[in-house]
Design a protein around this ligand. Structure first.
Ligand SMILES: [Zn+2]
Length: 471
């Protein structure tokens, strides 16, 4: 009898102990009664989304069942979207920004970034820090330097050094092997490479299974180089292919490129842009351009409209620009304030050369979208007065202005980047098994895309963040 009681007691104590452990081990966080929106599944009302560490573990219609979770966030009246990406950032372009960029991104709901150019030695410590366990930083994917040709545009002269030389096929092959060994997630091909070096770079990238981002090299055309890469940046040099006299422009470019034997890549590139960009836009030929766009149906376009169309929609004139200036890191703040004052004093009234290109860029993105060319959201931050994080929301607004619907704009900043890296199975939507990168909004972004700015909280790798604490 005594023995039986003991056994029962020990069973009970084990049972109680287990019950206790279960309570103490509760780890999940639930967002209840929230409207879930993602670009694959559309809008789902009254959902309870549970995530544990970095995984979404349950999604169901909100009901009265008690939740066995550590914490409950009431999502009533709020909207939950996947964490946003900025597909075009430069973490090491301006030292004044580098340290502040990760927290600025997170504060604005950017939970993943693609660094599209920086020297490996400078970039690696930054990447390592961002990837530390428990680091408060977005997920980061990086390419290393701009892979330029014999002449390098970003050579550290008048502009920061983020480019490297690939004068020969051998140099190109060695470079890609070195980059692969340094752990890059993709490569970035730049404007001055020759067709032969371009081929060497794309072949090597294929060998090492590295996705390719690129500016269309000036020695090539968008129709030929575009389909060989996975993403194209800034719509760069597409106008040349869309002109009725595109072959004449191409010949002219080749002869100037071939006769250039000395001098900075930056000067050569700028002179070619200046010589051909506006004339090409003025010679726009719809039929030719449609053909070009049809050749780009498998190449993600990251138009950085925020940058291309800056003269049309200058950030200086945004209602909240003074708040933005307060958030600019100390080392850059003075410059930004001076640039703003300058704008209102003189530049505003100037007839900007850029406005024609600005309008053309927005129109082209609309045409691309209508013809089925995939569009991705990126900003080039911190270049061109782009505050990290903040500027991605401006990009989303411009994509909608160009003709994307709000949910398509969300697609460009959530699912599209996962397609570039073949990560669709783990990121980009709000589904069980996907990573816990989420943004809780105060208002519906499908009604007005600007509502992506109305952030209540950000979840990055399962950690709930109050943006106010980061700004
Ligand atoms: Zn860039």
């Amino acid at each position: 009898m005594k023995k039986i009681r003991l056994i029962v007691l020990s069973f009970m104590s084990i049972f109680m102990l287990n019950a206790c452990l279960v309570q103490e081990n509760l780890e999940g966080i639930a967002i209840t009664n929230v409207t879930v929106i993602d670009a694959m599944n559309g809008l789902r009302e009254s959902q309870t989304v549970v995530f544990e560490k970095d995984r979404i573990i349950a999604i169901e219609t909100t009901n009265d069942k008690p939740l066995e979770v550590l914490k409950v966030i009431d999502g009533t009246g709020k909207f939950l979207i996947p964490g946003l990406w900025d597909m075009h950032v430069h973490l090491t372009y301006d030292d004044a920004f580098t340290d502040d960029m990760p927290s600025l991104f997170l504060a604005y709901g950017i939970t993943s970034v693609r660094d599209t150019g920086g020297l490996i030695d400078k970039l690696l410590p930054v990447i390592d820090k961002m990837r530390e366990i428990d680091a408060l930083a977005p997920r980061v994917f990086f390419s290393g330097p701009l892979l330029d040709g014999e002449f390098v545009v970003y050579d550290g002269g008048l502009v920061p050094e983020i480019g490297t030389q690939n004068a020969t096929i051998e140099m190109a092959n060695e470079k890609i092997e070195m980059l692969k060994n340094s752990g890059v997630d993709f490569i970035k091909i730049y404007e001055m490479v020759s067709p032969a070096v371009f081929s060497a770079l794309t072949d090597a990238a294929e060998k090492y299974q590295l996705p390719i981002a690129a500016h269309i090299p000036l020695s090539m055309t968008a129709s030929i180089a575009g389909p060989e890469v996975d993403s194209m940046e800034h719509l760069r040099n597409v106008e040349l292919d869309c002109a009725v006299n595109s072959s004449q422009l191409h010949e002219e470019r080749l002869s100037r490129l071939n006769s250039h034997t000395q001098g900075a890549g930056l000067t050569l590139r700028s002179s070619l842009h200046q010589l051909q960009r506006l004339p090409a836009i003025q010679n726009y030929d719809e039929q030719r351009c449609n053909q070009t766009l049809d050749n780009l149906r498998a190449t993600i376009q990251v138009p950085t409209l925020r940058l291309n169309s800056f003269s049309m929609r200058p950030s200086y004139e945004r209602n909240d620009w003074s708040e933005v200036l307060e958030r600019v890191p100390e080392g850059a703040q003075e410059k930004w304030i001076a640039a703003t004052e300058d704008w209102f004093e003189k530049e505003k009234d100037q007839d900007w050369d850029g406005s024609e290109f600005a309008k053309w860029s927005i129109q082209l993105v609309g045409n691309m979208h209508r013809r089925g060319v995939p569009i991705g959201a990126g900003t080039d931050t911190p270049i061109g007065m782009a505050l990290p994080g903040y500027s991605l929301h401006t990009e989303l607004e411009l994509l909608v202005e160009a003709g994307l619907s709000p949910i398509e704009a969300l697609y460009s900043a959530t699912i599209r980047p996962t397609e570039f890296f073949s990560l669709e199975d783990t990121m980009g939507t709000i589904e069980v098994g996907k990573v816990a990168d989420l943004v809780l909004l105060e208002a519906n972004p499908l009604v007005d895309i600007s509502n992506t700015r109305r952030i209540n909280s950000v979840i990055s790798k399962g950690v709930v963040i109050n943006p106010e604490e980061l700004l």
